[in-house]
Design a protein around this ligand. Structure first.
Ligand SMILES: [Zn+2]
Ligand SMILES: [Zn+2]
Ligand SMILES: [Zn+2]
Length: 176
């Protein structure tokens, strides 16, 4: 299920508990596999990974941190070109529309999606200490929201579930 994190953790059976990558994980493998996965998904859908889109995706895959559009722009070597921010926003829109990235509303930032193969509603945990972000599965939350909406006659258009706190590594550091 969690491609990107599966590689990181190497323990698929524990994925829903340990969604944040371990400190010692081989991120190089994790990043390369995620990029290959994205290329495969886009090839199947005949989506074009233009150099700008790929550059933006690679910045997102470079870490497990959320990144804002301007941070992304600064990390790309534009070789003398000075693109308008709209170039980044358009690339991000494309990646989000294909499920390869998610927008984190509370941070106005973006993250690469570890499991873009299937449609899903991301629920995101954000570490306030190291700024890493991870997706988690909590179908109960979705059910509770639709039930509450139904009972109150509310028609939900978009659900955003973002939880700020400490990842397991940072929480452990505090306890030590
Ligand atoms: Zn990684
Ligand atoms: Zn996702
Ligand atoms: Zn952390």
């Amino acid at each position: 299920m969690l491609y990107y994190n599966k590689i990181c953790l190497g323990k698929p059976e524990q994925m829903t508990q340990a969604v944040f990558p371990e400190k010692t994980h081989n991120h190089d493998i994790c990043r390369k596999d995620a990029l290959a996965n994205a290329q495969r998904i886009l090839a199947e859908r005949k989506g074009r990974l233009t150099p700008d889109r790929q550059a933006v995706l690679e910045v997102l895959l470079a870490s497990h941190r959320a990144q804002g559009a301007y941070d992304i722009m600064e990390q790309i070597d534009w070789r003398g070109r000075r693109p308008a921010p709209a170039v980044i926003y358009r690339a991000l829109d494309f990646l989000v529309s294909h499920g390869l990235a998610h927008k984190i509303e509370s941070l106005n930032a973006f993250m690469a999606c570890p499991h873009a193969d299937h449609a899903h509603k991301p629920m995101i945990m954000i570490c306030r200490d190291c700024s890493q972000v991870a997706e988690f599965d909590a179908p109960g939350i979705e059910r509770a929201i639709s039930k509450a909406a139904k009972e109150s006659g509310f028609v939900p258009a978009e659900t955003t579930v973002e939880v700020a706190g400490l990842c397991s590594v940072c929480a452990g550091k505090d306890a030590a």
